[in-house]
Design a protein. Structure first.
Length: 219
């Protein structure tokens, strides 16, 4: 798949098959996590075959079913945007491996997670991983004009970036972000709301993929 096909194919999934992640997929995920941690200074961890955080021994917990694998998004305080950016980068790597996912801020047992925290670090949230019972469904999204200053005649890369951002997962599907272009530079802002700083990192990563540009695009 190209980047946009990958983005369009990924939807939140909460029900998983009772099937372990393949060894090859675990190796690929760990390699991507290592690369992201080295680049970002975060301490993201992959937890596999661990039933306690989502109480996978029960029929369901908080709308989740049989979730035994997850990413623990760990970093120093004030790293919300990085958590979103690099978390979504790993999510799309998982999607390319046929692994479904769901960002989770509240519906898990934080005290039960098998996570290692260094000095000054915190667990921001987790991302459920596994082979989904379904592939999920697309969410309702805002229009380009709702989240940007895009107008007719603007470059294709700008429109493509915004369209990719609108396909990004955000907390409660709130999509509280806005893009503004000044020549070949773009400013991305988050409005007030729950987890909007993390959401901003997610949508910025999507924008880069859609626009086929790197992070030098940002003002």
């Amino acid at each position: 798949m190209n980047n946009m096909e990958l983005i369009r194919s990924r939807h939140s999934v909460r029900g998983f098959l009772d099937k372990p992640l393949s060894n090859d997929s675990v190796s690929a995920l760990k390699a991507e996590i290592e690369a992201c941690n080295k680049e970002s200074g975060l301490h993201i961890q992959l937890i596999t075959n661990e039933p306690e955080a989502f109480q996978a021994g029960k029929a369901s917990y908080g709308q989740f079913k049989c979730c035994k694998n997850y990413l623990a998004l760990v970093g120093a305080k004030g790293q919300d945007e990085k958590i979103g950016y690099y978390g979504e980068r790993i999510v799309l790597t998982a999607q390319s491996l046929g692994i479904n996912s769901c960002w989770v801020a509240l519906t898990y047992k934080k005290g039960k997670t098998d996570v290692k925290l260094g000095s000054g670090e915190k667990l921001y949230m987790v991302i459920a991983l596994g082979y989904g019972e379904t592939q999920g469904a697309a969410h309702k999204q805002k229009n380009i004009s709702d989240v940007s200053d895009y107008k007719d005649g603007d470059p294709d890369w700008y429109r493509n970036g915004i369209e990719a951002a609108l396909l990004a997962p955000t907390a409660m599907n709130q999509q509280k972000f806005r893009f503004e272009r000044n020549g070949d530079k773009v400013t991305a802002k988050a409005a007030w709301g729950f987890y909007t700083k993390t959401d901003l990192g997610i949508v910025k990563y999507h924008f880069e993929l859609g626009a086929n540009l790197d992070n030098s695009i940002w003002n």
